[in-house]
Design a protein around this ligand. Structure first.
Ligand code: FES
Length: 264
């Protein structure tokens, strides 16, 4: 007789597997969460500093953490997106404060980052087969972690931000093709867009609900391409994090005069 869902035993209360020992691991399992903690903390400290740093533009280079710049009061005309400043002169705070929530939200809700910071910052769990300090486990089924489900919407925003960074890089290429900064921005734009396209939501959007790939050859090809990137999602998440931080710092150092010709 076929067993139905109704016949199945009631699901056990959500909880982690109970370990009597502190850990069953004999390797240095703590290295991954520790290194993650250090790298992510450094990134957060840098991003916080960058938001409030005003040297985000030196023609034709635009620091990624402050792009797009949409307010006349804080953006030189050349730094405005298509020379367009829809916020006029009423917005006088740093441009990064306005837009960084979108790429930050994208990374914060990313499947890879979730795994990494749950382990490194919340120790939930610190690693496989390691006892965690929390007594309760509700997964991502309740507020506030259920909000992680909005990742797909951050993905749409990240596509737009990725295109804007590509636009900044192409603009620099046209105006200063031999500039080191131009190539720094180009490499960063490529990595950021590869990371965005490697997103699990992107993979699902391209062909996630198709029953017959043969009836949707274009979506199938797109899915195949995204799937290859998706297999490298963790690596792309980390490399693009370093590249965006490096490109941002580079532009600011040029703007401050710390880096100059021939390295600019
Ligand atoms: Fe990582 Fe979407 S799952 S960016």
């Amino acid at each position: 007789m076929t067993q139905t869902a109704a016949d199945s035993p009631a699901p056990a209360r959500r909880q982690r597997a109970q370990l009597k020992e502190r850990t069953l691991r004999t390797d240095q399992w703590w290295r991954y969460p520790l290194v993650t903690f250090i790298i992510f903390t450094a990134f957060l400290v840098y991003a916080t500093w960058a938001i409030f740093d005003n040297d985000f533009f030196v023609a034709p280079y635009h620091a990624p953490f402050a792009s797009p710049c949409l307010a006349e009061a804080v953006c030189p005309e050349e730094a405005q997106l298509f020379g367009w400043a829809p916020l006029g002169d009423w917005y006088t705070w740093p441009p990064g404060l306005l837009i960084l929530g979108l790429p930050a939200g994208f990374r914060f809700t990313c499947y890879y980052y979730r795994k990494a910071y749950y382990r490194a910052f919340w120790l939930s769990p610190p690693a496989c087969a390691v006892n965690e300090p929390h007594s309760k486990y509700t997964g991502e089924s309740r507020f506030p972690l259920i909000l992680q489900n909005i990742h797909r919407y951050f993905f749409y925003a990240a596509i737009v931000i990725g295109l804007i960074l590509a636009y900044d890089a192409v603009k620099a290429l046209i105006e200063k093709p031999a500039g080191v900064g131009t190539w720094v921005l180009i490499v960063n734009a490529i990595l950021i867009n590869m990371y965005t396209l490697s997103c699990h939501s992107c993979r699902h959007i391209t062909a996630g609900r198709l029953n017959h790939f043969s009836k949707h050859p274009i979506r199938y090809r797109a899915w195949g391409f995204v799937s290859k990137l998706n297999a490298k999602h963790q690596e792309l998440a980390l490399i693009s994090m370093f590249s965006v931080m490096g490109a941002d710092l580079y532009v600011r150092l040029v703007a401050k005069g710390v880096i100059s010709f021939p390295f600019a």
